[in-house]
Every structure is written in structure tokens, then in C-alpha cells.
Ligand binder design. Structure first.
Ligand code: CP
Ligand code: NVA
Length: 324
């Protein structure tokens, strides 16, 4: 007999059952709830079980998504990608969690690990993501920090290769703010063996730590303030917003002054290879980091990049869960 077969006579038979106060519910019913709960816990142990269904490899899995910053692409693409693979998702704003009231990241990691199968987090400080990962028993995916945006660059490399073939030995030129997205292009350069040139004002260079690590790993990396030189002969010209989500609004005017000459316009694109791609992770500000003519022109692949977030994150999820 299992717990579902226990035929406990309940004094609430025939009534609508509310769960409001323990001293209003018959003791036998409370005991029955616990018995059934134990059985459900035992049935769930080790789930999901068996070989994954190739059409729904994430069946039985739940991805928790935690956002401390806004998102359109990351949120929707992870949600849809997980569902397409047969899994389920839940979205939480960082401020809605007890984390916002001082519960530690370590405790949050341990608690979420008891409920869900993976966590995707978008937040400010990369140290918080690292701490979450170090304390979680389940995979943690970086959905953007002030420091990096790895899912984006995986999608961008897939996009480049769909249009232009292998990225190996090709030249990627970044122009503008040396932000989290620029830094991640630098991080990817060694693994994918491409040349990366960053044109940015000295004060807006990517983190020294990331540049040093890339150089130590043998990256073909150039940092310059000469945007035309950076773009010369490039296979792709890449830029991003001049003000990231972690930047305070009071730097706006200074940023615009510093970055105006780094704008991607048709004249700058003409310094790259004739078939160079224009790339941008979005969201974009037409007339700031790039003109509308370039953003919506024939060399632009911005919406392919957005679409590929969906496809690449499915691969990332399967890898994280040990399914590939
Ligand atoms: N590119 C990107 O990460 O977009 P969202 O901020 O909309 O997620
Ligand atoms: N650099 C941008 C990327 C947005 C996807 C930001 O961090 O706001």
C-alpha cells in the first residue's frame, strides 16, 4: 500500500479544504499530508531518471533564472530554449528573493540547489556569480555581469561562422566602450583562435585582469585608440551601447564626448573588408554607437545574433547538465 491508498476518514469530507491554520485541520489529515509528502520525496529522488529523450532532453528539469538587471533577449531565449528542450523555467527578480534582504549568496545557492536543476543569473558583481557557483550543487550560468557576457559571444561566434565560415585567424574589430561584451570577445580569442582588436579610449579599456589573462594565454590582441587602424581589414566590426546597465546616468555626457569618434558609420565600415559583418549584441541606440544606416544595412547581422542566443544556450544548457 502506498500513501495514496490510505483511506483516512476526514472530518472535512465534503467541504472545501483550506490550508490556513494547523490547529483547524484534523490531526489525521495533517499526518496523511506528511505520509504522502515522504512518498513523493522518495519517488522524486534521483530524478530525472534514465536516458534523456532526444526530443525532450530537459524533460523533468527546471531552470531558475535570476535577474538583478533588465533583459529581453537573455530572458526570452533561455525560457523558450528550455521549453523547446522539454524543460521548464522560473524567473525571479533578484530583489524579490530573500537575497535582497540580506540572505547570503551561499545559502541561496544551497537552497535553490534543492529545488531546481540549473540557475541562470544576470547580476552586477562577477564575484556574486562565482560565489553562487561555488556553493551550488547544480550548474550556474552567467547571463551577464559587469565583467562579461559569455552566452552572447558564443551566439556571436556562431553567427559569424554561419555567415563567413570558420572564425579561426579572422580579424574581429571592436570599437567603442571596452565593456563586458568587449571583454568577453577578448576572452574568446584564444580558444577560437581569432585576432581581436579593441579600439577604445584609454579610460574605457576592458579590465586589466582580462587583458593580462588573454595575453598570457597567447591571444592575438591589440588595444588602440585609432579606430580606423583597428577596423582596417576586419572581417567583422563590433560595437555596443556607450552606457551599460551598470553605468550611472551621470557619466552619460562624458561617455558620449569620449566615444563620439568611435561611432560605426558607413565611412568607418568602408575601412574594413568589403564583406565585413556589422555586429551588435543589442539593445542598440541608433545614432550613438552606430548609425541607423549601418545597423539596418546589408552588412548587419544583429537579429541573427539575437536569434542565435536561443540556439547556443540550448547547447550550453545540455553541456552544463552533462547531456552532451
Ligand atoms: N544582448 C542581451 O543580452 O540582451 P538582453 O539584455 O535583452 O538580455
Ligand atoms: N554592455 C551592455 C550589454 C547589454 C546586453 C550592458 O551591460 O548593459
Amino acid at each position: 500500500m502506498n500513501a495514496f491508498d490510505i483511506d483516512t476518514a476526514t472530518t472535512l469530507a465534503g467541504q472545501t479544504r483550506h490550508f490556513l491554520e494547523l490547529d483547524e485541520i484534523p490531526a489525521a489529515d495533517l499526518r496523511r499530508i506528511l505520509d504522502v509528502s515522504s512518498e513523493l520525496k522518495a519517488r522524486r529522488a534521483g530524478m530525472p531518471k534514465g536516458a534523456p529523450d532526444p526530443d525532450a532532453p530537459l524533460d523533468g528539469h527546471v531552470l531558475a533564472m535570476v535577474f538583478a538587471k533588465p533583459s529581453t533577449r537573455t530572458r526570452v531565449s533561455f525560457d523558450v530554449g528550455t521549453r523547446q528542450l522539454g524543460g521548464r523555467t522560473m524567473v525571479m527578480n533578484g530583489a524579490d528573493l530573500q537575497l535582497g534582504r540580506g540572505e547570503t549568496i551561499a545559502d541561496t545557492a544551497k537552497v535553490l540547489s534543492r529545488y531546481v536543476d540549473a540557475i541562470m543569473i544576470r547580476t552586477f558583481d562577477p564575484a556574486d556569480v562565482r560565489e553562487l557557483a561555488e556553493n551550488a550543487d547544480i550548474p550556474v550560468i552567467n547571463g551577464l555581469t559587469d565583467h562579461s557576457h559569455p552566452c552572447q559571444i558564443m551566439a556571436d561566434i556562431l553567427t559569424f561562422e554561419e555567415h563567413r565560415g570558420p572564425i579561426t585567424k579572422r580579424k574581429i574589430a571592436w570599437t567603442g566602450d571596452g565593456n563586458n561584451v568587449a571583454a568577453t570577445w577578448v576572452q574568446a580569442a584564444t580558444a577560437f583562435d581569432f585576432e581581436i582588436t579593441i579600439a577604445c579610449p584609454e579610460s574605457l579599456r576592458p579590465d586589466d585582469e582580462i587583458l593580462s589573462a588573454a595575453r598570457a594565454a597567447g591571444a592575438n590582441l591589440t588595444i588602440t585608440e585609432n579606430v580606423r587602424e583597428a577596423v582596417a581589414g576586419a572581417d567583422a566590426v563590433v560595437t555596443d551601447t556607450w552606457l551599460s546597465m551598470n553605468d550611472p546616468d551621470n557619466v552619460r555626457e562624458r561617455r558620449h564626448n569620449l566615444l563620439r569618434s568611435y561611432q560605426v558609420d558607413a565611412e568607418l565600415m568602408a575601412h574594413a573588408k568589403p564583406d565585413a559583418l556589422f555586429m551588435h549584441c543589442l539593445p542598440a541606440h541608433r545614432g550613438e554607437e552606430a548609425t541607423a544606416e549601418v545597423m539596418d544595412g546589408p552588412q548587419s547581422v544583429i537579429f541573427d545574433e539575437a536569434e542565435n542566443r536561443l540556439h547556443v544556450q540550448k547547447g550550453i544548457l545540455l553541456w552544463c547538465l552533462g547531456l552532451i
